[in-house]
Design a protein around this ligand. Structure first.
Ligand code: AMP
Length: 213
């Protein structure tokens, strides 16, 4: 049985906050996602199915039309680009900030700054805009370690409470961007399946408004 609309959802903390919004919009998985090893789920809305994948893969599936709609963090859209995607809704969930962070009291010297981050494109662009010469070093995790181990002077990372930074002797410095999860839509699908997709965008939009009241 082929579904008419596929939604690609980011697994993890974003998924936990996405499911109540979708439920309020009339889309609930027919099985408990948390206790299943499946990656695709039919839903209470006929013809609509959910895929549960890594956030970095969501724009890829939606851009290629393998999914019609996606839920993904703005950090990933900024880092990987949003070509081929519409971004009709800010879901107001998984809110955090993209920031620079460094050892307490750190200030830029006259020379170049070494920056460790998973978000190399965001970092390159930010420091270029600031007119600062940055050597950006790509890491895949635990960015907080880099200043302590003298791999880098500062980092660029997602900050929510700041607890992870403080636990590793770092403090937030400059905000680069506000981050939250976004609904994205494949541009071609937005035309060819306009009615069905717009109905979902509208229903999720109402759920978002309800959530913020
Ligand atoms: P915190 O200690 O609360 O500042 O959280 C910091 C870490 O949690 C970051 O390094 C991120 O890996 C992760 N994190 C926090 N909020 C989010 C979010 N909304 N989306 C993705 N990762 C997040």
């Amino acid at each position: 049985m082929s579904a008419e609309l596929t939604l690609a959802l980011t697994k993890g903390r974003i998924l936990k906050e996405t499911l109540p919004l979708l439920a309020a919009a009339g889309i609930a998985p027919l099985e408990d996602i948390a206790s299943s090893r499946k990656l695709v789920f039919d839903t209470t809305m006929p013809g609509v199915r959910l895929m549960i994948i890594r956030g970095t893969d969501v724009p890829t599936y939606v851009r290629h039309g393998a999914a019609d709609i996606g839920v993904v963090g703005k950090d990933i859209l900024l880092e990987n680009g949003a070509e081929g995607l519409y971004e009709p809704l800010d879901l107001g969930i998984a809110c955090c900030q993209m920031m620079t962070a460094g050892p307490a009291g750190w200030s830029p010297g006259s020379s170049r700054v070494r920056v460790a981050t998973k978000f190399t494109r965001i970092a390159q662009q930010y420091f270029a805009e600031q007119g600062i010469h940055a050597d950006v070093i790509k890491l895949y995790g635990a960015m907080e370690l880099a200043p302590m181990m003298n791999l880098a002077d500062i980092i660029v990372d997602i900050v929510d409470t700041g607890n992870t930074l403080r636990a590793n002797g770092l403090q937030p410095l400059q905000k680069i961007a506000d981050i939250s999860s976004r609904l994205v839509v494949n541009k071609a699908a937005m035309r060819s399946k306009h009615e069905a997709i717009q109905a979902i965008v509208d229903a999720v939009g109402l759920a978002v408004e309800g959530q913020s009241v």
